[in-house]
Design a protein around this ligand. Structure first.
Ligand code: DON
Length: 572
């Protein structure tokens, strides 16, 4: 972080300079954002990463539930059929839109650090984060938020009892289902970790080996845990039998959770961030997600350009430069708002964006402050996002995670629940990258009860005639996927067009642009390279699940990422 102070001084002075010249041309007011239609579409749509989960949501809508009940059904079914991505042992963030009140709420069911958290245990002999500790086994797990979050949504926003919304998940866990090749593939990839814990192997490695296609996975312990939540609400998980199993099993395996940690877990409702861009209002995730702040910074920078007048290479160059600067601030300033004071007024201000824009050369890449010491790994297919619009216009965008595939890989025996490995999302060693190549500092250091910073960016985009519900998994790439999705929607694409669109990504460090095959034509690739950008092709990333609503024709479009065959977007 040797150059960090100079950047901060530079950014701050540019901020002041821009603020002083507040009549700058770029300060023209944006068109007033359209108010969202309070009348519903009359039919519903859901897009999720798994057809069983989408169908569970539709089933609950058919029983008279609203989008919020459907979200509980989708999330809990994903916790049964996509344990590699999300689950009761993890957390989530969700944007809710309550149509009749025209109100948006951010639900923060993110995990928290246990009270006994000790930064030292995550540092290896080489002074870098020890990934064995930070991503595997109970010490890598934060206190889960998903069960409390689902119970909270049922209690405050649902129409149906929690038990009814959990019923499809309980049924699938009890009766079993046949996992697809993608799921079996993730078992194979994680076989070594899973076989370390007999309780995990008993579920996913029948007879000690990777199951063959056609295998039926029944999860009676998980069904029992879900039933306890259905009967007792959050207490079915955080107290009594399940809680005791979670605490005892994790401590026996070297963990540090206590019953007091589970007792202390609280869901937080937070004000979403609102960004106005080209007549659209984007309502998105506030800290402890970094996504909304980063998206706001990028859009505020881009608002000063007329991208449509530029060729693809120059428009992309400016967007990459905006990403670079937003991720720089991400690393420096952001963390849990209950623990750190963040200069959000500055980061979200148009004047600040003017200052940042002034540092961008129109045709030359700015080298990032630091040279990378580690390459970010390929983002995998873990973490999940779903989108819902119901017939009344209620909406849910939710991203759910256990962090890496199967989280810590550790199941507390008797619960069927894989614990997350979200502790790796903290800045465990200042300046050193996490599993997604993200570096952090003081603001995101682990502290008892603190939420680790997230990239999850569930978002709504409201326009005069069109609305989008959008999000994706993909670690740090979540932010740029959602950003590019928002820009595509504003350019007129619907859910199918947004999910199919090719992607690129820059996160400040490592200083390179990740590109999906085919995202740029040869001329754009050459022009970007000539401007000094280092392009690196990587295998496709993300798993967007998007619903769009065109108010003019009253049509819904639900689409699941075409890169991933098991997803399902469905209009009812
Ligand atoms: O909260 C976060 O930002 C990460 N734990 C999300 C991890 C993720 O998206 C993995 N997906 N590919």
């Amino acid at each position: 972080m040797v150059h960090a102070p100079s950047w901060r001084v530079l950014a701050a002075s540019l901020f002041l300079a821009a603020a002083a010249g507040s009549a700058a041309a770029d300060q023209r007011p944006q068109a007033a954002p359209a108010s969202v239609a309070t009348r519903g579409p009359g039919h519903a749509a859901i897009a999720s990463a798994n057809f069983l989960a989408t169908n569970a949501g539709l089933e609950v809508l058919g029983k008279g539930g609203n989008a919020f009940d459907a979200a509980i059904a989708v999330a809990s079914t994903l916790a049964v059929v996509e344990q590699q991505s999300s689950g009761l042992g993890g957390g989530f963030m969700a944007m809710l839109h309550v149509a009749k009140e025209n109100r948006d709420i951010f639900i923060d069911a993110r995990e928290t650090a246990p009270k006994a958290v000790d930064m030292k245990v995550y540092v290896g002999k080489d002074g870098k984060p020890d990934r064995e500790v930070s991503t595997k086994g109970p010490l890598s797990a934060g206190i889960p938020g998903e069960p409390a979050g689902l119970a909270w949504i049922a209690q405050h926003y649902g129409k149906l009892p929690l038990a009814q919304s959990l019923a499809p998940a309980i049924r699938v866990a009890t009766d079993g289902y046949q996992p697809d090749e993608r799921f079996i593939g993730t078992i194979a990839e994680n076989q070594k970790t899973l076989s370390r814990y007999p309780s995990s192997a008993a579920i996913l490695l029948p007879g000690g080996s990777v199951p063959a296609k056609g295998w039926t996975l029944k999860q009676p312990d998980l069904a029992k845990t879900l039933r306890l939540i259905a009967d007792k609400g959050a207490a079915g998980f955080y107290k009594g039998e399940t809680a005791k199993r979670l605490v005892d099993a994790s401590r026996k395996e070297g963990g540090n959770w206590t019953q007091a940690d589970l007792d202390a877990y609280q869901v937080k409702e937070r004000e979403p961030l609102r960004i106005d861009y080209k007549g659209y209002r984007i309502v998105t995730a506030p800290p402890p997600s970094s996504g909304g702040v980063a998206i706001a910074e990028v859009l505020n920078i881009l608002a000063g350009y007329d991208l449509a007048k530029l060729d693809a290479a120059h428009a992309t160059h400016l967007t990459i430069e905006a990403m670079r600067r937003a991720f720089r601030d991400h690393n420096e300033y952001l963390g849990d708002p209950d623990f750190v004071k963040m200069p959000l007024d500055m980061l979200l201000s148009r004047y600040y964006a003017d200052g940042l824009r002034a540092t961008i050369s129109p045709d030359k890449a700015t080298p990032s402050d630091l040279l990378p010491t580690a390459m970010a790994p390929e983002p995998g297919m873990h973490t999940t996002h779903f989108s819902v619009i119901d017939k009344d216009g209620n909406m849910v965008a939710s991203t759910l995670t256990v962090n890496l595939e199967f989280g810590s890989g550790f199941v507390a025996a008797g619960t069927g629940v894989f614990l997350n490995d979200e502790m790796d999302d903290f800045a465990l060693v200042p300046g050193q990258p996490n599993a997604f190549g993200l570096r952090g500092a003081e603001a995101n250091k682990p502290e008892p009860g603190k939420r680790m910073l997230s990239s999850m960016s569930p978002s709504f985009v409201f326009g005069a005639d069109r609305t989008a519900v959008i999000g994706s998994p993909g670690g740090s790439t979540i932010i740029t996927q959602v950003l590019e999705g928002i820009l595509a929607f504003i350019d007129g694409k619907d859910a199918s067009g947004i999910t199919a669109q090719k992607r690129y990504h820059h996160q400040y460090l490592p200083d390179r642009v990740d590109v999906e095959d085919g995202v740029f034509d040869a001329a754009t690739t050459k022009a970007l390279t000539d401007m000094g950008h280092v392009l690196r092709q990587r295998s496709p990333w993300g798993f967007m699940n998007v619903v769009t609503w065109d108010h003019r024709t009253n049509t819904l479009d639900a689409a699941s990422d075409p890169r991933r065959p098991s997803g399902l977007g469905k209009v009812q």
